[in-house]
Design a protein around this ligand. Structure first.
Ligand code: CMC
Length: 392
């Protein structure tokens, strides 16, 4: 019925109006609730940015204190949920484990099922912000066979996550403030990016009036793919591959330009940015600083820089306006902080969580929201008659 616009990948389709994040892709501008990402990166904290994205304004000191305390009260997992991790193989990828665990929250908190019950949406918001870092740390502990640590609620969100990830029950864990600061900054830079694949997934699932946990579990799986959040792991694998083959950057760039099947310059290109990704700019500077401070000398950083330089001066990339995106340098920092490659996308999920929550809440409260239900152009058979199996 009526006229259907054909737009694969939704390149030109506005699926919603939104007041959360502004991007000008040609100018390389990113703002959360009007605040430039550069200012937030320099002055704010991940918890404050989470508040800003979800509630629309920067918190007062009292509001921030209350928000932090509420989150701290909910960091523990139900003891039965801890056993959930035993059902997965030791070498399981942590992204599906995390998504399943978030999905399971719906079974522990059945008070969350009505998406219009505002006090419970508030509770689910706090539960997610508090428990997802615990779930993420346990997915890691499970993969290396170490015991789970209970959260220590005297610590900040990022510090608590670091301790649960890298600490051991038998010895005190000293949090390196440089490490905590770097991770906090990376979380700020990942916190929202308007209608990307995972956020659109969260909104689409939520438009059926599925609850916050169900919608975010789906968003985590959308983020898993290598063209989206999975790119941060894929970049490291690409850099490792270049190193293993003798560090020949131009040879690799030629393979990309020849469009060899499955070979892309990972961490490059973006649907919206046709200019340097402002997040990548900050991350590149941070990678230098952090690796220096931690005394890490990583050959892969040099390979990444040469790769960037080679690409940015090559017609193939210039003509297509392909620049480094957020994922190009993050992996090098995560690696320097001690995270295994397989785990990088989980860190992206932790950072993106407040953005997903903010979008789900905006969607559910928007009177213009209808169930997401795209149309199609049918290209199959015309009507034909059923034939008995003996005649086929
Ligand atoms: N390496 C080589 N060529 C590329 C790349 C790349 N990374 N990205 C785009 N192109 C080419 C593409 O082949 C096409 O060329 P042609 O016109 O000759 O066919 C042209 O540039 C336009 O690309 P597209 O695929 O139509 O662009 P898109 O908007 O559909 O895709 C993208 C965007 C991010 C999926 C893509 O750039 C890509 O695959 N990048 C590598 C994966 C990556 O880094 N993803 C992370 C994105 S940022 C963070 C996030 O969202 O998680």
């Amino acid at each position: 019925t009526g006229y259907i616009t054909y737009d694969p990948g939704f390149v030109n389709t506005g699926s919603t109006s939104s007041a959360i994040t502004y991007i000008d892709g040609d100018a390389g501008i990113l703002r959360y609730r009007g605040y430039p990402i550069e200012q937030l990166a320099e002055h704010s904290s991940f918890i404050e940015v989470s508040y800003l994205l979800i509630y629309g304004e920067l918190p007062t000191a009292t509001q921030l204190e209350e928000f932090t305390q509420k989150i701290n009260r909910h960091t523990l997992l139900h003891e039965d949920l801890k056993r959930f991790f035993d059902g997965f193989p030791r070498d399981a990828h942590p992204m599906p484990v995390l998504s399943s665990a978030v999905s399971a929250l719906s079974t522990f908190y059945q008070d969350s099922l009505n998406p219009f019950d505002e006090p419970n949406v508030e509770l689910s918001t706090v539960r997610l912000l508090a428990k997802v870092p615990t779930l993420a740390a346990y997915a890691y502990k499970k993969s290396i066979g170490q015991p789970f640590l209970y959260p220590d609620n005297s610590l900040g969100l990022v510090e608590n996550f670091l301790r649960m990830t890298f600490g051991l029950p038998a010895e005190p864990y000293e949090i390196d403030p440089e490490v905590a600061k770097a991770l906090d900054l990376l979380f700020i830079l990942h916190a929202d990016h308007e209608q990307n694949c995972s956020t659109s997934t969260v909104r689409l699932v939520g438009s059926s009036e599925a609850n916050l946990f169900a919608s975010i579990s789906a968003g985590i799986m959308a983020l898993f793919g290598p063209l989206h959040g999975g790119a941060n792991s894929a970049v490291l694998e690409m850099l490792d591959g270049i190193k293993a083959s003798g560090g020949n950057v131009s040879e690799f760039v030629n393979r990309v330009k020849n469009k060899e099947k499955g070979v892309r310059l990972m961490g490059f290109g973006h649907r919206v940015y046709k200019n340097y990704d402002p997040r990548a700019k900050i991350i590149k500077a941070t990678a230098d600083r952090i690796l220096n401070k931690l005394g890490v000398n990583d050959e892969l950083l040099d390979i990444a820089k040469t790769l960037e330089e080679t690409a940015l001066s090559d017609d193939y990339f210039v003509e297509r306006k392909l620049y480094p995106n957020v994922d190009f340098y993050t992996g090098l920092i995560y690696r320097a902080l001690g995270f295994p490659t397989k785990y990088f996308t989980v860190l992206f999920a932790l950072g993106r969580l407040p953005g997903w929550i903010a979008h789900w809440r905006e969607m559910i409260n928007d009177p213009a929201t209808k169930i997401g239900r795209p149309r199609q152009i049918y290209t199959g058979e015309k009507q034909r008659d059923y034939s008995p199996i003996s005649e086929r």
